[in-house]
Design a protein around this ligand. Structure first.
Ligand SMILES: [Fe+2]
Length: 198
């Protein structure tokens, strides 16, 4: 099948409205993945939600209800996330602008009392506008990288169900992991007042 003729291109708020029309019972890994594969986000519709910072990638909330949240993450060239998980919640992502590398990891020898574990890199995939990905619930630890050789800014759209406000960060060299709180750089197109973008 020719993908070009079957993918709908929607402005981000229409794209999110389509997701919000899916019932909680039907908000499954496959149903949402099918939706994201069949409906691309028009890159220009993300303009009002994008804030870039040379200090770190930025997390920009677009929509949130009890079932899911959607955000745009803005990556300067060379920026990457830490190695993390999503607290047993599903995650789908695509990159309407640019390209991003996803590096997955397997966790071994985890000791939650001590906060120690080993992580081993497993598979890699690259995502862009026509290649969305979802996090594998069986191997949910991963890192997202805008590699210097990609040589362009990227904006990815993430759907998390259900919403969560902390994640576990893994420090491979130290063999440790720990909870960290998450925050939004901007919400609904408005920069949070305490943010100092550089
Ligand atoms: Fe992630």
């Amino acid at each position: 099948m020719d993908q070009q003729t079957t993918i709908d291109r929607l402005a981000i708020l229409d794209w999110v409205a389509g997701l919000a029309a899916i019932s909680e019972r039907d908000f499954t890994l496959k149903r949402v993945q099918d939706y994201i594969v069949a409906h691309a986000v028009k890159p220009e519709s993300l303009d009002g939600f994008c804030f870039f910072s040379k200090g770190n990638y930025t997390r920009n909330l677009i929509f949130k209800n009890d079932i899911f949240e959607c955000m745009a993450i803005c990556w300067e060239i060379g920026q990457s996330s830490r190695v993390h998980n999503h607290r047993d919640q599903n995650c789908w992502m695509s990159a309407p602008i640019g390209k991003l590398r996803i590096q997955n990891f397997r966790v071994t020898d985890q000791d939650s009392a001590l906060g120690t574990c080993h992580i081993l890199p497993t598979d890699i995939c690259d995502m862009d506008a026509t290649h969305p990905v979802h996090v594998n619930p069986l191997e949910p630890v991963h890192q997202v990288l805008n590699l210097p050789e990609f040589n362009q800014r990227a904006v990815s759209v993430h759907v998390y169900s259900k919403p969560f406000d902390t994640c576990e960060i893994y420090q491979r060299e130290k063999g440790t992991y720990a909870d960290v709180p998450l925050h939004y750089t901007s919400e609904y197109g408005k920069l949070n007042p305490e943010e100092k973008l550089i």
